[in-house]
Write a protein that binds this ligand. Structure first.
Ligand code: NAD
Ligand code: MG
Length: 396
């Protein structure tokens, strides 16, 4: 047996983080936790540290780090507690860590994920916002450092599994004619349009097939999630926007497909449970057990497909447009979306304002070339400020 792989789980207390620890704990002969990180939940991180005894634990701020440190000290734990972005970067690029699961939600994951990429590790990418913000720079760093980038987003993991082994010559050069990106359509696929105004955060977070964090659940309800995934797929697979089609597939059994020039369409299927792509990323190129129940096709009985409705889901159109636009447009889209989704989750704005505010920000902001990370972070900050301003105007 080869050496035990040490893993940093960024965002370990979230939905992907918890599922990652579940898979890791099924394979104590293969994997061990190197570092765990959380934003504010000291109780959750304390429990995870007690269960996995990592070398490091990272909290977002100094005060919570001190709280966690004191509690751990009383148990005799040897885990070292760090904090802030510097702490996240330290555990992401640490020379003793073999793999990093990037599962912080939103732009906060960008710098730690990039640190893992630059240090040439295996990076399991759940944090799609990082790639949406910095696609070109991110993929150039992957190529330059020799990092092994494995997509964990279920659709991209499915596409990866259906791709030819070597697609470095581009999609067309590898015989691929199209990527079919599937999405369930979320909880409001059939909601009468006039009811969108009154949708509550809990309704938006009640996804029919997947259990996920609250931000990505709202993104799934607006289909901005599919929009972000469209951009993510362009970068991961070096695809032109016109080589990717979004297909609504309400059962979430097929996780995406790749079509070849000879007419073959390869699909990856399975129960909707993120432990499958997580186990794929951890074990690659081997397959390891994930704890996911096996697919019962007779019980599934049928698979349906529809074209996405552009009137119901304007966010999808906005995301496709920013991919065509280039420059910092995708940074702006992502930042405005994060602000307005947060406001919706806090009950400060309506569900139907989400696309409206994002569109206003995109129309107002001046786009620049996304030449480096500082430019990207500047565009992110500017878009957030504008989105807050538009939200405030809506509420008066
Ligand atoms: P979540 O909200 O459940 O968890 C987020 C994690 O990030 C938590 O551990 C939280 O403590 C941490 N975090 C949040 N803000 C932070 C900050 N400012 N600084 C440091 N840490 C912070 O989210 P999730 O559903 O697990 O999603 C995580 C990422 O994975 C997202 O980018 C999401 O789009 C992607 N993803 C999730 C799923 C899913 O099934 N949940 C599927 C595909 C992709
Ligand atoms: Mg997905």
């Amino acid at each position: 047996m080869s050496e035990i792989k040490l893993i940093t789980v960024l965002g370990s207390t979230g939905s992907i983080g918890v599922n990652t620890l579940d898979v890791i704990q099924r394979h104590p002969d293969r994997y061990s936790v190197f570092a765990l990180t959380a934003n504010t939940s000291v109780d959750d991180l304390f429990a995870q540290v007690m269960a996995t005894a990592p070398r490091y634990a990272v909290m977002r701020d100094e005060e919570r780090a001190a709280d966690l440190r004191n509690r751990l000290r009383m148990t005799g734990s040897e885990t070292e507690v760090l904090y802030g972005e510097a702490g996240l970067i330290e555990v992401s690029e640490h020379p003793q860590c073999h793999m990093v699961m990037a599962a912080i939600v939103g732009a906060a994951g960008l710098l730690p994920t990039l640190a893992a990429v630059k240090s040439g590790k295996r990076v399991l990418l759940a944090n799609k916002e990082a790639l949406v913000m910095s696609g070109q720079i991110f993929m150039a760093e992957v190529a330059g450092s020799g990092a092994e980038l494995l997509p964990i987003d279920s659709e991209h993991n499915a596409i990866y599994q259906c791709m030819p082994l070597d697609f470095s010559r581009g999609l067309a050069g590898s015989g691929v004619s199209r990527i079919l990106l599937t999405g369930s359509g979320g909880p409001f696929r059939e909601l009468p349009l006039q009811d969108f105004e009154r949708v509550t955060p809990d309704q938006a977070c009640a996804h029919p097939n997947w259990s996920m964090g609250r931000k990505i659940s709202v993104d799934s309800a607006t289909m901005m999630n599919k929009g972000l995934e469209f951009i993510e797929a362009c970068w991961l697979f070096n695809a032109n926007p016109d080589q990717i089609d979004v297909v609504v597939h309400p059962q979430s059994v097929i996780h995406s497909m790749v079509e070849y020039v000879d007419g073959s369409v390869l699909a990856q299927m399975g129960n909707p449970d993120m432990r499958t792509p997580i186990a794929y990323g951890l074990g690659w190129p081997e397959r390891i057990e994930s704890g996911v129940s096996l697919l019962d096709l007779v019980k599934v009985a049928r698979l349906d497909f529809q074209a996405p409705d552009p009137v119901r889901f304007p966010c999808l159109k906005l995301a496709k447009a920013v991919m065509q636009e280039g420059k910092t447009a995708s940074v702006v889209l992502n930042a405005a979306n994060e602000i307005v989704v947060q406001a919706f989750l806090e009950g400060k704005t309506r569900f139907s304002s989400i696309p409206e505010v994002i569109e206003q920000v995109l129309e107002t902001v001046r786009l620049v070339d996304a030449v480096d990370i500082d430019t990207i972070l500047g565009a992110d900050a500017e878009a957030r400020a504008l989105a807050r301003e538009f939200l405030q105007r809506l509420s008066v």
